[in-house]
Design a protein around this ligand. Structure first.
Ligand code: PEP
Length: 252
């Protein structure tokens, strides 16, 4: 179902105490907000998920994972499987973040496997994708984005899309302070909906939440979120401060 979503990707930040303090702050600051049809999500590191879940209990804050391995189990030192996440109460996982793609070699093929493993375990996915600066400069951004979706997601049956949230994150805008203009975001989100409608149908296209990510801050969130095909944001840096994250939530 299509929701408004503000999701904070905490990356490799915050120890256990900081995680709990931040979640406490977020749950307190959103308590009085009217958040109808709106989801507030945070993604701490693996080691802080259990503490995070506990701190977020009986609140509007959802705690999700940043990644998982595609195998069910096995000799994969340092990795975490979908069923392990499920077993501690995690319902949603981020897959395909550009840092996973560029720093940890995650290809479309690996991501398709991760997508299957997550869905088989009953996890919802926030699937990240987006073009590099050189793709945009060479005007290949639409092709790159379509191929990323095609290669990792288009083997899925339409019904699987109830558990997929898309996060369009142009790589040149992540952590750089440079944001796509609201018009650039809207243009790409409308394109993505069009691609979904052509591959599947208008129900899938209209019911899929599509988030924008890339230097969303309190001062630009409202304008980006006001665009008709932008259903919210995946927020990095600005989700690490309660005040900034709350302002972004208010913007939705
Ligand atoms: C991200 O890491 O997904 C992200 C969007 O980061 P930032 O908001 O810091 O650009």
């Amino acid at each position: 179902m299509r929701h408004k979503i503000v999701a904070g990707n905490w990356k490799m930040h915050n120890d256990s105490k900081e995680t709990k303090t931040l979640i406490k702050g977020v749950r307190k600051s959103i308590k009085k907000l009217s958040l109808k049809n709106t989801r507030v999500i945070v993604a701490p590191t693996f080691v802080n998920l259990t503490a995070g879940l506990k701190k977020a209990k009986k609140s509007k804050v959802e705690v999700i994972a940043q990644n998982m391995h595609q195998a069910k189990s096995g000799a994969f030192t340092g990795e975490v499987s979908a069923s392990m996440l499920k077993s501690i109460g995690i319902q949603t996982v981020i897959l395909g973040h550009s840092e996973r793609r560029t720093l940890f070699g995650e290809t479309d093929v690996i991501l398709a496997e991760k997508v299957n493993a997550a869905l088989e375990s009953g996890l919802e996915i926030i699937f990240c994708f987006g073009e590099l600066l050189e793709d945009r400069k060479s005007e290949n951004h639409f092709t790159v984005v379509e191929n990323q979706l095609k290669n990792a997601l288009f083997h899925l049956e339409p019904i699987a899309w109830v558990n997929i949230v898309l996060a369009y994150e142009p790589v040149w805008a992540i952590g750089t302070g440079e944001t796509a203009t609201p018009e650039q975001a809207q243009e790409m989100h409308a394109f993505i909906r069009d691609v979904l409608a052509k591959k599947y149908n208008t129900v899938v296209a209209e019911n899929t939440s599509i988030l924008y990510g890339g230097s969303v801050k309190p001062n630009n969130a409202q304008e980006i979120f006001s665009k008709k095909d932008v259903d919210g944001g995946l927020i990095g840096g600005a989700s690490l401060k309660v005040e900034d994250f709350t302002e972004i939530i208010k913007a939705i």
